[in-house]
Structure formats: structure tokens, C-alpha cells
Unconditional design. Structure first.
Ligand code: ADP
Ligand code: ADP
Ligand code: MG
Length: 702
């Protein structure tokens, strides 16, 4: 919980702008005390630029965020209470006034695209660091913005975006458009409130589901229906406008690699984009911004048909985006600084020609999420028990909101960090990204790090063959289960042995620190390794043959032969108990070994492996641990939204049982088997921890 680590992280990030200290953009109204009305990495990001400019920042935090990094960076930090308080407009405005803040930066998400909030700030004489409320109203609504774009001559996706919200009417519009269609919440964002309806018989169910999610996330359930384009790319343009009639496009970003309609890899420039089309996109985006008298940072998103080269306006995001660092890297700008300049009434620091002249290289961002790709990217949460990141350099940037010891709360978005790299060419940038991801170590929850690595190293991605269906299209290779190298088990066995205090005493002949050989003793260590629902048991025999020297045998199992490593020399120091260096006959291995209770994480050659140590059966019995074979449990901390079955009901495998909500996302839990429901353990509205039993089936107790 101490401050120095985060301060170090902030300091180690080089200022990204050449213009940070120029006086040429002197502004009429200088912001002195900036309230950052957000959390996590974006709150830290805004704080970083503001403090470089000598501006005081005041940060906000909620009860679950009391020890969060963004609450600790500023000496002026205010507790606003319950988890949802980041959305409490009146409370935030009141804090700003009480604390003498003259401006509010809303970050992204939360209130960033809330016109009412922007108006309330203005009414109270506080600068809102964002576009004018009227532009948020017209562009922050996917439906209104389409009207504006159509009249400005920007092509839009065919669809219905009118006022009639009758389900039957929307269905008839969907039929006119032709299936598949996409149902979108007009106030949506972050891929939420969006459902594909592939056929008319699923339309109404999808509509209902989109509306529920939209109501929960945005407090509004108006939707539009548009043609679903089956193999598109997502290309967006970063625009910036000031109050003096200047508007520039800071290049484009390709954000086609998505899961749940949300981006995970973002890059600039977009690969294989014809230069004439690129320039046309920039122009259309500037036209769009000028059409609504835009001011500040905005993104115009287009959906791009790879085959025809046609593009359509999708929406405009009236905020700074998650992926803005990619643009900062290639244009060598600090967009938060630009935002502050524009909010203060100053002029854009660069003209379009200057922006283009200074653009160089290729940048790519990977969003690191607490989620489980193998379980349909279901969000995860928990304490960050171990965190090791690549070393930040001018071309390897980490924007993070958490450090070791932080808690990833299930109340908020599960993004942990962003890793952004830049190099001269795309190929080099990808190599750099993979290398940096290989250095990233997280223990405490599932993450998508390994998955990001597989995407970034995939031949089609390297070839620039991107499309929004990329993950689906390459599912087999991206989710392919790799065999665990034998050395992972042997290193884990060494780790277990060396970190165990019992064998670290000099009087134990087996101890690493004992003098002389304790040769005869062999220990057998058992590991469990789980892949989806399948669990394998791997046994390792380990014999100490001399000072820091071991013979190790990984015993054969169903799918693998025995592996023997003799005279393995180990370097180990109890002062860095997670680091195990061992010299094998043909190789040297540096392994990070992290044990938390019965769980073990091994990081070796850039890959994470998860093992566990089995608890003896009698142990579970003694503790009264109930067999979960006849139960369905919550896969993550959640709230039960709906129970779809009744006690005593016969169900079939795959039948939906319960709908839960976690991190603003709905997930349907299906029956693992045919059976009869004995008990609904937790009903509608109840909050559950991960692993809590939700539904119990009839059946023999184990
Ligand atoms: P981008 O459009 O830059 O890719 P996302 O669409 O992923 O960014 O959304 C930005 C962030 O804001 C995400 O963390 C997302 O979950 C969050 N978000 C978007 N809209 C809302 C909202 N209305 N309320 C809370 N969080 C939101
Ligand atoms: P959000 O506000 O959540 O970012 P968007 O309208 O920008 O919503 O859409 C998010 C993603 O969904 C896009 O990046 C794209 O991958 C996909 N998408 C949106 N509209 C369509 C469409 N009409 N056809 C196919 N995919 C779409
Ligand atoms: Mg979008």
C-alpha cells in the first residue's frame, strides 16, 4: 500500500509530448486545481500530465477503492462512498466546489459522455474537460449522430434508428434490413448493450437482453437496429478541435481484434490501408467533428469492409479513449495536455500538416484484463498477489492503475493495465509487444496475457489480416492447448522444496542449505493440472545428490513419457524466494515460482503455468468441505439476476439455469448435465462470492 512504487511508475514514464512546456499556447484561463472524476489507470494518466504541468489534482475514490493507486497519488483525495458514486453527479460537483477545483476531467466511461454532467459543471462555474454538452448530446447518442452524419454526407450502416421502440415494430424493421442484424443501445459503450440477432425467431430474446444490459449500464434502454456486417474491420480516427475553428485528425487506429465487441489490441497506423482511403477517412472524421461544433478530443469510429474498401460511420465517442496512447506514440503528443489546453480556451498545439510531419513509426496497445479467455472471457477479480511488468522505456509504456497488493474489484471494469509499444515498423512493434507480454507476470486471478500473446504472434495477425471476427475465425489455434514442458514440473518441485521452510534448515539433511550430500532421500511431489474440466495428476521424484544439486524425474502419465534430469544445479536465495535459476544438462532456466496456499503459478520462458497441490481426501472430509459434484457454482463474484428453473424441475444438459451479473456484464449459467434441481441455494438479487453454490442437483453425495 505504500506510495513509492506507484510514484516510481509514474516517473519512469517519459513525458510523451514535445510540447509540454511550450508557452506558445498560452491560455486565457489556467486550470489550477483539477478534479479527476474517474478511477484506475485513466485517473493516474490524467494526474501524470497535470502534475507535470504543475497543476494540483484532486482525486475521488469509493469505499472499495480506498487503497487504490489513484486514491493514493494525490494528497487531495476524497472518499465519495458507495461503489456507484463515480456516477453521482451532484456529489462530484459538490466535492469540486468544496475543494476549490476549477475544472473536472471525467476520464472515460462513467460520466465522460454525460451531457447533463457537463452542463452541471458549467452551471457551477467549473470547466468540464470535454466537448460542449450539445456535442455530447448529438454525438454521444448513436441514433442522433447517424442523422447528423447522413446530412453531412458521411456514409452510415443501413438500419433503423428511429423513435418507435415497440418490439414488434423493431422486429419488422429488422426483417426489412435482413438478418443478421445488430441491436445496439443508442447510449451504449464498451461493447455493452449490444446483441446480434441471426434469425427472426431469436430477435425478441436478444432485444430483451440488450435492453437489460443497457438499462443496468447506462440507465437507458433505447436501441437501434442495423445491418450486421459479417467480416468488417474497425478503424477509427482520433480528432481534436479547439474553440478557434481548428480541427485536426491525428491519424487512425485499427481496433479490429475484439472479444465481446470490445477491443483488446489496437494499433496505428492501420495495416494495409490504401493511402487515399486513409486520407478520406481523416477528412470524413474532421467533417463530422466540424458539423457539430466539436471541441476537445473525440474519436470517429468507422466500420470498414475489407473486400470492397467501403467504410461506414459507426459512432463518435466524445471522450478520450482507452487506446489514446497508441496515437500519442505515433504522433509524439500528449493528448491529455491537449485536452487541458483546449478546455482552457487555448489553440491546438499543431496544425494538420505539422501533425502529419511528426507522425512516425508503428504503435500497438494490448489491454490486459482480469478475465478467463478459456471460459468465454468471463471477468475475474481478486487481489494482485504477484505482479511483475516489463521495464518501461520510451518505447515500452505501461499505463496501469494497480500494483502488487492492489485489489481488482468486481464492482468495476476488469481492465488491469495497458501495454503500449512503439517501433519503426509494424513487424518490429509486434516482436516488441510479444517480448514485453512474455515479461508480464500476474498472479491472483486469470488474465488474458497469454491469449494476447497468441493473437500478437499469430501468422494472420502478423500478416495484417485483421477483422473483427479474428478471434472466432482463428479459434482453434488461439485456444489450442499446449503441452506443458517437463521442466515446468521439475522447476515447480524445486520451488516447492526450496521455499518450504521445513527443509530450509541446515539440520535437515534434505535441505538446500545442508552441508554434504543427503543423497539417498527421494521425495515425491504430486501436482494437479487443470485444463477446462479435465484434471491430470503429475508426480515428480526429486533426489538431492549434493550441494545445490538434484536428480529429478517427472513420472509418466497417460499422455506423456517419463522425463529425467540428472545433476541439475540450482541457484536459490531465500531473499528472493520467487526466483529459481537451474542449470539443466542442455539449458539454463530462470523461473518465477509463486505459491499461494495450494495454488502454484510458474512463469517460464514467457508462459504462465498453473498447478495445484492436491489436498488429501481425509483433509477435505475433516474440514467438512462439501463435494461440489452435484452443484453449480458461481464462476466469479456476482449478483444473481434471474433464476430460470424451479426446485424439483428436471433439466437437461446446457439448459440455462441462472443469469448472473458481474462487472456490468450478464452471463447465463447452463446446466453441466441432465438432472433434477434439488435446491436453489441463492436466489434472485443475492450477492455471491466466486465458488458459491448456486443450484444443487439431486444425486448421491460423494
Ligand atoms: P473504447 O471505446 O476507447 O474502446 P471502451 O468502449 O472499451 O473504450 O470503453 C471505455 C471504458 O469505459 C471501458 O472500461 C468500459 O467498460 C467503460 N464504459 C463505457 N461506457 C461506460 C458507462 N456508461 N459506464 C461505465 N463504464 C463505461
Ligand atoms: P461501443 O459504443 O460499445 O464501442 P460500437 O457501435 O462502436 O459500440 O461497436 C462496437 C464494436 O461492435 C465495433 O468495433 C464492431 O466490431 C462491432 N460492430 C458494431 N456495429 C457493427 C455492425 N453493424 N456490423 C458488425 N459489427 C459491428
Ligand atoms: Mg465503439
Amino acid at each position: 500500500m505504500s506510495r513509492p512504487a506507484s510514484m516510481h511508475l509514474l516517473r519512469s514514464l517519459r513525458p510523451v509530448s514535445r510540447h509540454l512546456s511550450t508557452a506558445s499556447t498560452a491560455s486565457p484561463r489556467r486550470i489550477k486545481n483539477l478534479l479527476v472524476a474517474n478511477r484506475g489507470e485513466i485517473a493516474l494518466r490524467v494526474h501524470r500530465t497535470a502534475s507535470q504541468l504543475g497543476t494540483t489534482t484532486t482525486t475521488l475514490y469509493t469505499d472499495p477503492d480506498a487503497h487504490a493507486e489513484h486514491a493514493l497519488v494525490s494528497p487531495h483525495s476524497v472518499n465519495i462512498g458507495p461503489p456507484s458514486a463515480y456516477l453521482d453527479i451532484e456529489k462530484i460537483v459538490r466535492v469540486a466546489k468544496e475543494r476549490g477545483c476549477d475544472a473536472i476531467h471525467p476520464g472515460y466511461g462513467f460520466l465522460s459522455e454525460n451531457a447533463h454532467f457537463a452542463r452541471r459543471c458549467t452551471e457551477e462555474g467549473i470547466l468540464f474537460v470535454g466537448p460542449p454538452p450539445s456535442a455530447i448530446d448529438s454525438m454521444g447518442n448513436k441514433s442522433l449522430s447517424k442523422d447528423i452524419m447522413i446530412s453531412a454526407g458521411v456514409p452510415c450502416i443501413p438500419g433503423y434508428h428511429g423513435a418507435n421502440q415497440e418490439p414488434a415494430y423493431l422486429l419488422s424493421e429488422a426483417e426489412k434490413i435482413g438478418f443478421p442484424v445488430l441491436i445496439k443501445a443508442v447510449k451504449g459503450g464498451g461493447g455493452k448493450g449490444m446483441r446480434i440477432a441471426r434469425k427472426n425467431d431469436e430477435f425478441l430474446a436478444m432485444l430483451e437482453s440488450a435492453k437489460t444490459e443497457a438499462r443496468n449500464s447506462f440507465g437507458d434502454e433505447v436501441v437501434l437496429v442495423e445491418k450486421y456486417i459479417t467480416t468488417p474491420r474497425h478503424i477509427e480516427v482520433q480528432v481534436f478541435a479547439d474553440a478557434h475553428g481548428n480541427c485536426v485528425a491525428l491519424g487512425e487506429r485499427d481496433c479490429s481484434i475484439q472479444r465481446r465487441h470490445q477491443k483488446i489490441l489496437e494499433e496505428s497506423p492501420a495495416p494495409h490501408l490504401d493511402d487515399a482511403i486513409r486520407k478520406d477517412l481523416w477528412k470524413k472524421a474532421r467533417d463530422a467533428a466540424l458539423a457539430v461544433g466539436y471541441r476537445g478530443a473525440g474519436t470517429v469510429e468507422f466500420i470498414f469492409d475489407n473486400d470492397s474498401g467501403e467504410f461506414f460511420f459507426m459512432e463518435m465517442n466524445t471522450r478520450l479513449q482507452v487506446e489514446h496512447p497508441v496515437t500519442e506514440m505515433v504522433t509524439e503528443t500528449d493528448l491529455v495536455h491537449w485536452q487541458l489546453i483546449v478546455a482552457e480556451g487555448g489553440k491546438l498545439p499543431l496544425t494538420q500538416e505539422q501533425v502529419e510531419a511528426q507522425m512516425n513509426g508503428h504503435a500497438i496497445e494490448a489491454r490486459i484484463y482480469a478475465e478467463n479467455p478459456d471460459m468465454n472471457f468471463i471477468p475475474d477479480s481478486g487481489p494482485l498477489l504477484h505482479l511483475r511488468t516489463p521495464k518501461p522505456t520510451p518505447t515500452v509504456r505501461i499505463d496501469a492503475g494497480f500494483k502488487e497488493g492492489s485489489i481488482i474489484s468486481s464492482h468495476y471494469d476488469p481492465m488491469i493495465a495497458k501495454l503500449i509499444v512503439k517501433a519503426e515498423t509494424r513487424d518490429l512493434a509486434l516482436q516488441k509487444l510479444v517480448a514485453a507480454l512474455e515479461e508480464y507476470e500476474v498472479v491472483g486471478m486469470s488474465t488474458n496475457i497469454d491469449f494476447l500473446k497468441r493473437c500478437a504472434a499469430h501468422p494472420s495477425f502478423i500478416a495484417g489480416e485483421v477483422e473483427t471476427g479474428f478471434i472466432e475465425k482463428h479459434r482453434d489455434e488461439l485456444f489450442h492447448r499446449r503441452t506443458t514442458p517437463g521442466e515446468v514440473y521439475s522447476q515447480a518441485a524445486l520451488g516447492l522444496l526450496l521455499s518450504d521452510s521445513l527443509v530450509n534448515s541446515a539440520s535437515d539433511p534434505f535441505s538446500f542449505f545442508a552441508s554434504g550430500a543427503g543423497g539417498i532421500q527421494t521425495r515425491t511431489i504430486t501436482f494437479l493440472e487443470k485444463h477446462k474440466d479435465e484434471e491430470t495428476e503429475v508426480k515428480v521424484n526429486i533426489t538431492r545428490t549434493g550441494n545445490g544439486m538434484f536428480d529429478i524425474r517427472v513420472l509418466p502419465t497417460a499422455g506423456r513419457e517419463a522425463e529425467d534430469y540428472s545433476s541439475v544445479v540450482v541457484e536459490y536465495s531465500p531473499s528472493s524466494p520467487k526466483q529459481i535459476t537451474a542449470f539443466y544438462p542442455h539449458t539454463r532456466l530462470e523461473t518465477t515460482f509463486v505459491r499461494v496456499d495450494d495454488k502454484i503459478s510458474v512463469f517460464q520462458r514467457g508462459t504462465q503455468y498453473n498447478l495445484s497441490i492436491p489436498a488429501p481426501k481425509w483433509f477435505e472430509k475433516a474440514l467438512g468441505v462439501k463435494s461440489m459434484e452435484n452443484s453449480v457454482c458461481a464462476p466469479m463474484p456476482c449478483k444473481v439476476l434471474k433464476v430460470l428453473v424451479a426446485e424439483g424441475e428436471e433439466v437437461t444438459a446446457d439448459q440455462p439455469l441462472v443469469v448472473i451479473e458481474s462487472m456490468k456484464m450478464e452471463t447465463t449459467i447452463r446446466s453441466p448435465k441432465d438432472g433434477k434441481v434439488k435446491k436453489i441455494v441463492h436466489g434472485q438479487g443475492e450477492m455471491c462470492k466466486a465458488g458459491t453454490e448456486l443450484v444443487e442437483f439431486e444425486g448421491a453425495e460423494a
